[in-house]
Design a protein around this ligand. Sequence first.
Ligand SMILES: NC(=O)c1ccc[n+]([C@@H]2O[C@H](COP(=O)([O-])OP(=O)(O)OC[C@H]3O[C@@H](n4cnc5c(N)ncnc54)[C@H](O)[C@@H]3O)[C@@H](O)[C@H]2O)c1
Length: 280
Amino acid sequence: MEPVTLLAIDACIGSFGQRRTDDPSYSAAMTMERFSGRKVLVTGGASGIGRCTALRLADEGATVVAVDVNADALDAVAAEADGLSGTIVARTGDVSTEDGVKAIVGGAVEELGGLDVLVNVAGILSFSHSHEVTLEEWTRIITVNLTGTFLMCRESLPHLLASKGNIVNLASTASHAGQPWAVAYSASKGGVLAMTRELAIEYAEQGLRCNSVSPGAIDTPITLSFSLPEGANPKLLRRVSPLGPFGTPEGIAAAIAFIASDEASHMNGADIRMDGATLS
Ligand SMILES: NC(=O)c1ccc[n+]([C@@H]2O[C@H](COP(=O)([O-])OP(=O)(O)OC[C@H]3O[C@@H](n4cnc5c(N)ncnc54)[C@H](O)[C@@H]3O)[C@@H](O)[C@H]2O)c1
């Protein structure tokens, strides 16, 4: 049987597959400079939300080390930053191993001369019936999304405590409500949300902030690669479908930029849901 993609089931769900063209964040000239002189590390920087976040923060003056397993796409993102007031330095790296994360954070701190902001965007997703998920698949998703985020936080914390910096983690609507066919992803994102609050409490007195963003369906490659497991009832997608078009990665990057900026200095342990009213 042919895999059922989200785009193929528009007829059932309506709003899935619509592309947003009216979002001003697509073309807005960024005039703010909230990150001049700031040293930023973004994981998952080669694509989607990570790419837009690296570009947005560089556009606001940051020096960004962008990390991803996809070296070619990452180099292209760094080149896109030419002409912005900040810069993007591309660093190939894998958040799923302890040694890999030590190399990422050590290399970034050496490159930047410190660290003010960590944005954990790298993530993966697959759709399967929960009773068919192998331990290997469970471990693969938990390792990148949850353990990778933990390791990035742990290794960055000494540097962020020194700068009284902040962390922004990528949670999900799956952190808040049931999402079918994504048992490992949901567990990983629930863990990211809980870990975000834990870090906020533990380090608030030392001047460190830790917050998260929970996107709903956003128009990125991760969403386009969705395919439903055989026999899945596509009507269950109403649980995860925005009431209008998909969100944009530029819109999520704008929220991340606000959270990471001094304008959000009293925001700590918070989560911003950006889901087009999916969970409302
Ligand atoms: N797009 C959505 O609808 C949506 C919704 C909720 C949450 N999110 C979350 O947002 C984050 C970004 O998603 P996206 O939509 O931009 O997806 P994306 O696939 O466009 O980007 C993810 C990036 O992470 C990188 N990556 C994967 N494994 C890695 C690893 N081990 N080490 C380093 N980099 C790695 C990929 O190469 C890719 O460039 C993810 O954490 C995802 O779970 C996305």
